[in-house]
Design a protein around this ligand. Structure first.
Ligand SMILES: NC(=O)c1ccc[n+]([C@@H]2O[C@H](COP(=O)([O-])OP(=O)(O)OC[C@H]3O[C@@H](n4cnc5c(N)ncnc54)[C@H](OP(=O)(O)O)[C@@H]3O)[C@@H](O)[C@H]2O)c1
Length: 254
């Protein structure tokens, strides 16, 4: 993996990435550990993957706490931050990466429950451990960020609407976060090559991903997008609290 954040640049810091047993979250948490941060790996189902990642990261000389927590369950979120408090006493970086809503067999409002309500609850449960100078990053897709002006594939629409609702609800907290010296950045990216979401959407709309790749010129892969997410947690907060990754052609600004 490329050296995104300089080695040692996050020594003494503590970073938690939700949904970090796999995919973009796992690569993001790895970048933080490679930069010397102690990390919290959160998973819902993939305990063995989370433990395996934690062992690899400990070999870098950092501490890695693994916490199973379904973010839609407030009790398990509360318990996660109790464990963070006990183990590290504080949090310097919180990345709200976990997402979902295309799983089968879930309640009709599950996407909103996870992508809006749970995100707000995680932020509020994290506030006591987030100190002056800490950072919160919310990860989203262009298809969600621009959903109010640019339609998306029907299969993804409920997820896109719920993620945008989550983004809007989190943004309402920017002034109070700023008052406490906590920076907030939204990172939005196009479809990412090789992800389960992209695979599911391609299956439902054969050719959709290659068409998007052609329009955009190229699509980021998981590790490239994770590098942007990790970088967003240390770069100055953009004036509009938004970091758009890759091409935004075809998406209309509001
Ligand atoms: N995929 C794309 O093309 C794309 C493009 C742009 C932006 N993004 C954004 O990047 C982020 C990560 O995407 P991804 O494709 O890596 O997602 P993913 O492969 O679907 O992974 C989602 C992660 O969230 C966790 N998760 C799901 N439901 C959860 C819950 N109720 N409680 C706790 N954790 C839960 C999963 O944990 P388990 O594995 O343990 O279930 C998994 O680690 C998302 O915010 C997404 O919107 C993705």
């Amino acid at each position: 993996m490329t050296d995104v954040l300089p080695a040692g640049s996050l020594a003494g810091k503590v970073a938690l990435v939700t949904g970090s047993s796999r995919g973009i979250g796992a690569d993001t948490v790895r970048y933080f550990a490679e930069a010397g941060a102690d990390v919290v790996i959160n998973f819902r189902n993939k305990a063995p993957r989370a433990e395996k990642l934690a062992s690899q990261l400990r070999e870098l000389g950092v501490r890695a706490l693994v916490v199973g927590a379904d973010l839609t369950d407030p009790a398990s979120v509360a318990s996660m931050f109790e464990q963070v408090e006990q183990e590290f006493g504080r949090l310097d970086i919180l990345v709200l990466n976990a997402s979902g809503g295309m799983e089968s067999g879930m309640a009709e409002d599950y996407a909103l429950t996870l992508n809006r309500d749970a995100q707000l609850n995680v932020l509020s449960a994290a506030r006591p451990v987030l100190g002056e100078g800490s950072r919160v990053v919310f990860v989203t897709s262009h298809q969600a960020h621009f959903i109010r002006t640019t339609p998306t594939m029907p299969e993804y629409e409920p997820v896109a609407l719920s993620k945008r609702a989550g983004e809007d609800a989190l943004r309402e907290h920017i002034p109070s976060l700023a008052e406490q010296g906590i920076g907030f950045t939204v990172v939005s990216g196009d479809m990412i090559e090789g992800t389960i979401t992209a695979t599911l959407l391609e299956r439902a709309n054969p050719g959709a991903i290659s068409a998007r790749r052609e329009d955009a010129g190229r699509l980021y892969n998981v590790s490239e997008f994770a590098a942007e997410v990790a970088q967003a947690a240390v770069d100055p907060v953009p004036a509009d609290n938004t970091r758009l990754v890759g091409d935004t052609g075809g998406f209309a600004a509001e």
